[in-house]
Every structure is written in structure tokens, then in C-alpha cells.
Write a protein that binds this ligand. Sequence first.
Ligand code: COA
Length: 464
Amino acid sequence: MTAGIDDIAIYIPRLYIDAADFAEARGLDPVKLQKGLGVSQMAIVDANQDPACLAANACLRVMEKNNLDPQDIGRLYISTESAFDESKAMNSYVIGMLEQVYGQGSFEHCGGVETKFACVSGSYALYDNTNWIRAGEAEGKSALVVVSDIAKYDMGSSGEMTQGAGAVVMLLNDKPRLLEFDPKVTSTSIKDEYDFYRPFGKETPIVHGQYSNLLYMIQVRKALESYKKKVISSNLIQMKEGETILDHMDYINMHLPYSNMGKKALAYLVRHEWRQLPRWKNILEQIGMKEPVPKDPRGTIESVLADEEFMAKDHEFTKLFTKTQEYQDVFESKLSSSLIASTMIGNLYTASLYLGFRSSLEFEYQKGVDLDGKRIGFGSYGSGSSAMVFSGVVQPEYAEIVKSMNLESEIGQRRRLTWSEYEELHENKLAPEQSKVHTKKEFVLVDIKTDVESRGERRYAFTS
Ligand code: COA
């Protein structure tokens, strides 16, 4: 049985901090954010928003757009790394909110869980729900998989310039109009690591950014190796001599903690793949230097990062490689459109990859590209750490969905925060009723109880 993404909706908070204001306040060169990282604006949640509200708002959008009834939905999964309860799952809050609109008990048949594995958990949730449909368990119903996060880092930390917030929901079913997932090729890689984690009770993560970036690329490359084997053994794709699996992906969506990380990760994968092929000779001639190798090629990630000479040479090599026409063609045709939304919104943790997918559809369609039958590859990464590589094929009915996509209008009118407003929000100084904007027909947080018996209970409202 086939399964895949039938429709997709997003919810992005209206407030944002502009990269220029951020750079000025932190004494940074704005070009570092805009060009070095690819960050122009970072979405920030208001005082009356949490990741459950973002998720519920995204769900409502996909339900209303498709005239869905709660009975059409068999499962609702939430993937997040911004959980605020150690036991109660976020999907229960979301169902509570949706029932304010659809009626009490309207979703009671709709099972699901909250899944956690840093930024990769949404991909596991998609895979599990796809298999629920493929197994025939769905009996005609659809699944909602929501990825919702608030990427918030410590004040003054290097991660603070890669923040953002938002939710993406994917409607999955057995007659997907957007993307059908390729069967039997989803591949994973996993390793116990401490590149980025958030201990109990801490609102912001502990991040080893450069370590995490390198680990991300290594883990995705490992998952890609396994994907290649599965693609060949399952006969999904017939590879010819001198080809790489990446030649068979029309689009590649990468996990995007910030937009330029996609470019870096793609360059790493392409380099790794092309190194084995006849075309590499020509690339090396253009670059004009040998590909550097670390002093200890079998060393750890720490030893590679500590090898300053190698790191500097590798950086230089990568820069020259990304300037070659051959890499530019791959970048422009397969990745560039997926980065646009990230530049405008910032880091969405679990939702970053899927916002990129959404961005790619919208901006490729606007270019006039016919997407029917195009294969899209996904490189998902979650710190801690695990990667997942999988793919799918755009379906003939895709234009029905993609023609009305409009990122700017879906975000709505945005408000640029002043630095002091940003600081107030970051330090959680405002109560929900002191929110900066008043939105209509959206779920908002009203109250979090503090008394002993009901501490942590959250109340939400649907604004009129
Ligand atoms: N003008 C233009 N570019 C500039 C610049 C300037 N003035 N200053 C720096 N840059 C470039 C750098 O060359 C670098 O580009 P490169 O990656 O192509 O080399 C980029 O900007 C970033 O600069 P760098 O000095 O490497 O950044 P940093 O050490 O301050 O931190 C991160 C960058 C991404 C590591 C950090 O923001 C972070 O940790 N973010 C969190 C990421 C995360 O959470 N990852 C885990 C989940 S996957």
C-alpha cells in the first residue's frame, strides 16, 4: 500500500528579531548572520505561546483547508524537543485545543504520542505513521504528524544567533497528493553523543556547535551509505557506472539549524560521493589543491576539530569546491529553494527539515518547474545523535496543493521586536496577558497554574 504526505501547513509566530538588530546589540558584523549563517530574521514566540499552541494552530489550518472532520484523523503525533512536561504528552494538549473548536470528545478516538530525539524525531514519527498506513491499520483514516519547536539558546551564547520558532503539520494518507514515500529504503544511523542536549529543568540546550555540525554531516553520510545499499538491493533505482545516488535525487532537503548549514552539509555529502567518481579529477584540477586529510584520519571528532592545520585547509578546500560550477549547479537545482524559508524564520529544530521541504515546493513551483515525478531526498539529523535518510516522489496532483502556497501570507503580518522587547520575552518576564500581539482565531496560552496540587496545568483559549 502507498503512503505519503497529502498536504502540509505551517504556523509561524508573528514576532521576530531582525539579524541587523541582533548583530548591533551583540557587537557582531551583521554580514556574519546574513551571509555567514544565512539568517535574516528569527521568529520569536509571544508571551502567550508555547510549542503546543504552535502545533494546534498548524493542525487547525490543515484541517480547515481540507475540510477535514476529526473522524477523518486516526492518529495525531507530535515531535518536539521543547517539551514542558516530563509525562503528559504534547499531543494531549493539542487535542484539548482542537476540541475547543470541533467539540468535546471529537478527537477521543485519535491516538498518538509525543516523540523525542532532538531534531530527527519528526522523521521517525513520519516513518512510523507511514508504516501504520502501509500496514492497512489506518482503514481509510489519515494521520497528522506535527513537528513543533521553539529554538531558544542562552543569552550571549553563539547559538543565540540561530534561534527561531514554529510548527509544521503533515497530513499523511494512502492517496497522497504531494509526496509518496519510497518503500524499503529509509535508513538510519545512531550513536551515543553529547553534541547538543537539554538536561531536565533547563530551558535552553547545552551546545557544542562546531562538534555538532561535523557530527551531523558524518551521521547523515552514514545513513546515506545505508540508503544507497537499500536503493540498489530493492531495485528502486538502477545506478549506472560513474553515477552517485545524489544524481538520482532531483531535490535534496537537509536539516537546517540555520540556512547555510544546508549548503555545508550538502557540500560534504557531494564531496564524499564524487570523490569515488571519474568527475572528481576535473574538480580537483579546478580547485588546484589536494583534498586535505587530518593528521589522524582514524581519529575522533575532537581530534579532527583540534587539528587546526587540517581544519583551515579543509575550510579552504570546501570554499573552493562550493565555487565550482559543478557544485553550484547541484546547489542551485537541488537545494537552494529549500533554504529561503529558513532565512526568513530561523531554526525550527524538528520542523526545520519540513519547513525546508515546504519552501522548496513553493519556490520551485514559482520558478515554473514541473515537479511531477521528481524524487526528493531528505537528510534528517537529531543531536544526541541519529540521522535518517529517506526519499519520496512528487505526485501528479501536487499542483493542487502547491499553487496556493504563499509563505509570506501564511506567516501573516509580522512585528519586528526592539532589543528590549526581545530581552523581556527571552527572559520570560511577561505573563500571557502581556502578549505583544493580539491574534484572531488562534489558540493561545492563557495561564499556567502554580499552586501545589495543580502546578504546571496549562489553560488555552481560542481567540475570537
Ligand atoms: N562576514 C561573513 N561571514 C562571516 C563573518 C563575517 N564577518 N564572520 C564569520 N562568518 C562566517 C564564518 O566563516 C562561518 O562560515 P563557514 O561555516 O562557511 O565557515 C559562519 O559565518 C559561522 O561563523 P563561525 O565563526 O563558524 O560561527 P560560530 O562559531 O560563532 O557559531 C554555530 C556558529 C552555528 C556553530 C553556532 O551559532 C551554534 O552553535 N548554533 C547552534 C547550532 C545547533 O544548535 N546545532 C545543533 C542542532 S543540529
